[in-house]
Design a protein around this ligand. Structure first.
Ligand code: F6P
Length: 425
């Protein structure tokens, strides 16, 4: 069957990209790989993370001591090579099933291994970018060992100091043969000290370029991101969608409670407040009196010709539109308005900025945009995002951790009676 022009554009623009992580142990490779995977999945690419450490633990057992990683141990070297190649084969199979970005997470610390990985990928028609993490700051390495390595199944039940000593011996084995990625190996991004410096070499194309800008903004400074919808608005009370209505008395009450909560949470001046350009978010945040930025990107989903209607009115007056949205809530675009897919695209800039920000941030937004942001932080499939529950008068406190994000929900009230908030019938 001939390919229609629109399909051709879609197929032609699909990436087939392998990101090959490189670096000594405890350089944050898995952390970076998971962050990339979450970001690219959220942008809509079929992305998968292949962690060779997990293959090794599953196939060879988890309790391996440092001798197993000694390059002078030929049997162990063979066994490690076999699991690495098994993971690579699975990655190649997954591309045959339609994968778009595969992240191959291993030390890949010597040239011969990287050459083998690249040759295999290129043979399958896959582009390769090496992502090398280098830590010159010893404190970062020590913190990483304590925060992540001691919790690995490899060291379950072991004395923490003995575990650290064993892990350091493992690093020394890798360091004895380590060869940094060289210019003649093709495209690479080198990240030095978790974002202090970044080198990009032969980076071309949309996805690798997006990645450079994303990685340039990552950091490890601990801080929380607070997200809440605006206080109840007059439109919420009337069960109407969209618009730019003021807060109801309950919404004002929430705004006062939000101020008390945020000031207690972040007493210093470092809190940044972000709102949309709609008055219900601006007024909700106004009492906090901290530097506030209004973002058009944070405006609620544009309901186009349905703006200002209730869901019941849409169902009666525009039944075909109503059914189309029920059948595909993620892809459905309101007439002259937006879809969830559209708002994800416009929120990309907010994601990069929030990653860059080192201070705690409070985002006062709207139901649909917060669903999209929540899906990013909590690594939820984007197709599920129209159905995530983001109730009014509730603060979501999200705290990034090495391998994900912790979540706390703080219900500040006032509680909205049934029928006084808008939810899809
Ligand atoms: O009801 C409040 C609201 O923010 C509307 O303005 C918006 O159209 C709606 O929520 C988005 O939620 P859903 O996608 O479930 O209709």
């Amino acid at each position: 069957m001939p390919v229609r022009p629109s399909e051709f554009i879609r197929l032609a623009s699909r990436p087939r990209l392998v990101l090959v992580m490189c670096g000594l142990p405890a350089r944050g490779k898995t952390h970076i790989a998971l962050r990339i995977s979450r970001y690219l999945s959220w942008l809509g690419y079929r992305t998968r993370h292949f962690n060779v450490g997990t293959y090794r633990r599953t196939r060879l057992g988890s309790q391996k001591r440092h001798e197993f990683f000694d390059p002078r141990n030929p049997e162990a070297r063979e066994a490690r090579r076999d699991v690495a190649m098994a993971a690579l084969s699975d990655l190649c199979d997954w591309f045959r099933e339609g994968g778009e970005v595969g992240i191959y997470d291993a030390t890949n610390s010597v040239r011969s291994r990287r050459d083998a990985v690249r040759a295999r990928c290129e043979n399958e028609g896959l582009a390769v970018v090496f992502i090398e993490s280098i830590c010159e700051d010893e404190a970062l390495v020590a913190a990483n060992i304590r925060q992540t390595k001691l919790h690995m199944p490899d060291y379950a039940g072991m004395d923490p100091d003995a575990a650290v000593a064993d892990f350091r011996a493992r690093i020394a084995h890798y360091a004895s043969v380590y060869e940094p990625v060289a210019k003649d190996e093709g495209a690479y991004i080198k990240l030095i000290d978790a974002g202090r410096e970044l080198l990009a070499h032969q980076i071309q194309g949309y996805v690798p370029s997006r990645l450079v800008s994303f990685l340039m903004n990552l950091h490890l400074v601990p801080r929380s991101i607070y997200m809440t919808r605006h206080g109840q608005s007059e439109f919420n009370k009337q069960r109407k969608i969209g618009g730019d209505s003021p807060l109801s008395p309950q919404g004002e009450e929430f705004s006062a409670r939000l101020r008390d909560y945020m000031i207690a949470e972040v007493p210093s001046n470092e809190l940044m407040v972000w709102t949309s350009t709609l008055q219900r978010t601006i007024h909700t945040a106004a009492r906090i009196e901290r530097p506030t930025t209004e973002w058009r990107e944070l405006d609620e989903i544009d309901a186009g010709e349905c703006d200002g209607m209730t869901y019941e009115e849409i169902q009666t007056r525009m039944p075909r539109e109503f059914t189309a949205r029920t059948e595909d809530k993620f892809g459905y675009r309101y007439p002259r308005g937006e879809s969830y897919r559209d708002i994800l695209r416009r929120l990309d800039r907010v994601i990069v900025e929030v990653e860059r920000e080192r201070s705690p941030v409070l985002i006062v937004g709207h139901q649909a945009v917060l669903r999209a942001l929540y899906a990013y932080f909590m690594d939820k499939p984007t197709r599920d995002c129209p159905f995530l529950e983001i109730p009014l008068h509730t603060v979501f406190k999200l705290t990034p951790t090495p391998y994900g994000c912790d979540e706390e929900r703080i219900v500040l009230g006032p509680i909205i009676a049934k029928g006084e908030s808008v939810t899809l019938p």
